[in-house]
Design a protein around this ligand. Structure first.
Ligand code: AMP
Length: 282
């Protein structure tokens, strides 16, 4: 595995691979790798001759009061995990390498950002779309892998790929969970011990909502209230949002039908967790 920190070197390595006709799978991450990331890497390994992992905690996608400085980082551990996954290139640029001076162009996402994390984190998806546009231009991969844990991000990236004509196939990968159902996240380490226990209610409440839908419930508001009450009564977390929308359009629904997402975000002392469930209703 080659560790590369320079954009120029990364571009020249991959253009060599492409001139040899190799297919490239790309997995963007912010590091502190866990099984969720490894599942994306594993899928990329199966489907491509060359696999590139990037690790970059992107300052542009964090708000001024968010956890950029406390976001967990451990490069040596990540490097060993990437090595074990047989990654070909680990791209690990500095902030200065990615943003050398005040940018003259940034990507602005117009659609689907007035809800969920887009509403709670103003500018977040512009930061994501800008950095992913830069990474796509550096890598020009055959396929790019994203987790459905960040389902709104998947929808935004699908729009970015379509609108900017990137010849890249987007592969969305299912959420990987802990044994007790908590979605794996680099941020879980910043939960206090009692919060780690309480955080299982996020997934449990989604499962109970799914059961209610399977049994015929079609009223979004009733389900939203039910989930909110469960989270409030079983944890000290502050609900940021609990919402149900069509997916991937992220439009409000009067009645549940078609493909829907139940999405939630809950703030604990030092960390805000998200989770979701996507399902199809006949
Ligand atoms: P992050 O490092 O948190 O930016 O995540 C990098 C990629 O891994 C994103 O596409 C995430 O959606 C994905 N990812 C993170 N956690 C999980 C998980 N538990 N299951 C599946 N994908 C995940």
């Amino acid at each position: 595995m080659k560790v590369i920190t320079s954009i120029k070197e990364m571009q020249s390595e991959l253009s060599k691979q492409k001139s040899l006709g190799k297919e490239i799978g790309y997995v963007p991450t912010m590091g502190f790798l866990h099984e969720g990331h490894l599942t994306l890497l594993n899928k990329a390994r199966q489907e491509n001759e060359i696999v590139v992992l990037s690790i970059f905690v992107n300052p542009l996608q964090f708000g001024p009061t968010e956890d950029f400085s406390t976001y967990p980082r451990d490069f040596e551990r990540d490097r060993a995990l990437a090595e074990a996954e047989r990654i070909d290139y680990l791209f690990y640029p500095s902030v200065e390498e990615m943003y050398p001076n005040d940018s003259s162009v940034k990507v602005v996402v117009q659609d689907r950002t007035d809800v969920l994390c887009g509403a709670s984190r103003p500018g977040h998806f512009n930061g994501v779309a800008t950095v992913i546009t830069k990474f796509f231009n550096i890598m020009m991969p055959t396929r790019a892998y994203f987790g459905k844990k960040d389902a709104q991000q998947v929808a935004v990236i699908a729009g970015l790929i379509a609108d900017f004509h990137f010849p890249i196939e987007l592969i969305a990968v299912d959420i990987v969970r802990e044994k007790d159902g908590l979605a794996k996240s680099s941020r879980n380490i910043n939960l206090l011990p009692e919060e780690r226990q309480q955080a299982t209610i996020l997934y449990k409440s989604l499962q109970i909502a799914k059961k209610a839908i399977d049994e015929g419930e079609r009223n979004p508001l009733g389900l939203i209230n039910m989930i909110s009450e469960m989270i409030t009564s079983e944890s000290n977390g502050q609900i940021d949002y609990v919402e149900i929308f069509s997916y991937p359009q992220l439009k409000q629904l009067e009645k549940l039908e078609g493909t829907i997402i139940i999405a939630l975000a809950v703030k604990f002392t030092k960390v805000r967790l998200i989770d979701n469930l996507i399902m199809h209703i006949e």
